[in-house]
Design a protein around this ligand. Structure first.
Ligand code: HEM
Length: 425
């Protein structure tokens, strides 16, 4: 029986296993951080039965990290949501040993050196987007900048033919509308899947029809560079090729995992800087702080508040018995504000030392650590740097709005001006 009873900061107060906390209640949705502070202090393991399945939440850094470091006990097979979902095909749903085999296969495409090669292209995309609204004097950043940039970056990384990129982007946008327009989202998923599958078949045929011999690498020669060609034309470690449908499903998952999250990273960072002009000034004076600002934003406003794991065996945490196969949500966002790990955790400080900030758990930790972390950091950093480069003053025009999914955290409406006269509109 695995478990943990950590030392912690309840400051002499008794733990309250029944502390009132409704993860989907209006107050928590508006700002979950005060509730997380209560959980960390008084109820580090919380049981909630108001959703479709009972759910436990872990709030302290030490507990969250211990789960992430123990994939033998904490399985991903029922998916990261609160429902028990057995769909296979995306990396996040595999456990060892299948997980490592697939992860190693994908990893090469997400290594810093591979991703860094796309930096100039992403910078150019950011400038092009700004060109399209610069003369308007004001813009809603989410729809016009933060949403299109990560998809366009992903399209580059995938090696989608130019003529298909607009269609691909429009499906990708629809895919994220799941909560508001489930039908459009379902249709987009289907369309994306058959498009990707066709592309895989086409590239495999191109290799089969060429003079390529198995000791040569066809990618970049017979078929274009990019993630799709890698998945289609390189074998797995055992010499077999990933089935077409699985490649399509993996691409869909990568898109979902990286699209909305990176968009939120961009809006969240800008939002905090607009609310804290002294921090914005600091970055303008020392542009190297962009990387720190992105990391601090990930710590302070994680795009994913928490995800679920399922325990393979009964566990006891803080004297709470958690039966086998329970849904346990690890709250990255709460762990990131744990005062046992971060100094003045509720202060947003772009000059916080990177060695401290990078202890955040917003990309997970251990074997399932986000594969797209480097791409997300790079895209977020470019988005912020180019925006500050192009506009030497930025101001928020209206109150912002939160994205709707309860366990995601980002601004979906953030209207700014760089032209003082718009402020009187
Ligand atoms: C700011 C942006 C992002 C955030 C906050 C984020 C967050 C996360 C989190 C929390 C996990 C789960 C870790 C766990 O299971 O404990 C994860 C996994 C994953 N992410 Fe990201 N992600 C981001 C961007 C991306 C991008 C851009 C991609 C790729 C295009 C991506 C691909 C993945 C994949 C493939 C996994 C599964 C890794 C595995 O199971 O081994 N993510 N991400």
């Amino acid at each position: 029986m695995a478990g943990l009873n950590g030392k912690h900061n309840n400051l002499g107060k008794a733990l309250e296993p029944d502390l009132e906390y409704d993860p989907v209640g209006q107050e928590v949705l508006e700002d979950p951080m005060p509730a997380y502070a209560q959980l960390r202090q008084h109820c580090p393991v919380h049981h909630f039965s108001g959703l479709e399945n009972p759910m436990y939440s872990f709030a302290r850094y030490e507990d969250v990290q211990s789960v992430l470091l123990d994939p033998q006990t904490w399985s991903n097979r029922y998916g990261p949501g609160i429902s028990y979902d057995r769909n296979v095909g995306d990396l996040q749903r595999y456990d060892p040993p299948d997980h490592q085999v697939r992860r190693r296969f994908l990893r090469a495409q997400f290594l810093p050196r591979t991703v860094s090669a796309f930096e100039p292209a992403i910078r150019k995309l950011a400038h092009n987007l700004i060109d399209s609204f610069q003369n308007d004097g004001r813009v809603e950043i989410h729809d016009n900048y933060a949403l299109p940039l990560p998809v366009k970056a992903f399209i580059e990384l995938m090696g989608i033919p130019d003529e298909d990129s607009n269609q691909f982007k429009s499906w990708a946008d629809d895919l994220t509308l799941g909560m508001t327009y489930p039908e459009r989202s379902r249709d987009a998923r289907k369309a994306l899947s058959s498009f990707t599958q066709e592309l895989v078949i086409q590239r495999r045929e191109m290799v089969a029809d060429s003079d390529y011999t198995p000791d040569q690498d066809p990618v970049g020669d017979v078929v274009p560079e990019g993630l799709i060609s890698h998945l289609a034309c390189h074998p797995l470690e055992d010499g077999t090729y990933m089935p077409d449908a699985e490649v399509a499903s993996m691409i869909g998952q990568l898109l979902v995992a990286g699209h909305e999250t990176t968009t939120s990273l961009i809006t969240n960072t800008l939002w905090r800087l607009l609310l804290n002009p002294d921090q914005m000034t600091m970055i303008r004076e020392t542009p190297a702080l962009v990387a720190n600002a992105i990391e601090e934003s990930l710590r302070f406003d994680p795009p994913v508040l928490g995800l679920c794991k399922t325990n393979n065996e009964p566990v006891v945490y803080h004297d709470v018995n958690i039966p086998e196969n329970s849904k346990v949500m690890v709250l990255y966002a709460s762990a990131n504000r744990d005062p046992d790990v971060f100094e003045s955790p509720d202060k947003f400080k772009v000059d916080r030392a990177l060695i401290e900030t990078k202890r955040h758990l917003s990309f997970g930790w251990g074997s399932h650590f986000c594969l797209g972390a480097h791409l997300a950091r790079q895209t977020g950093g470019i988005a912020l740097a180019v925006l500050l480069e192009r506009f030497d003053q930025l101001q928020l025009l209206e109150p912002t709005k939160r994205v709707t999914p309860p366990f995601l955290w980002g601004r979906r409406k953030i209207t700014v001006t760089w032209d003082g006269s718009s402020l009187n509109c």
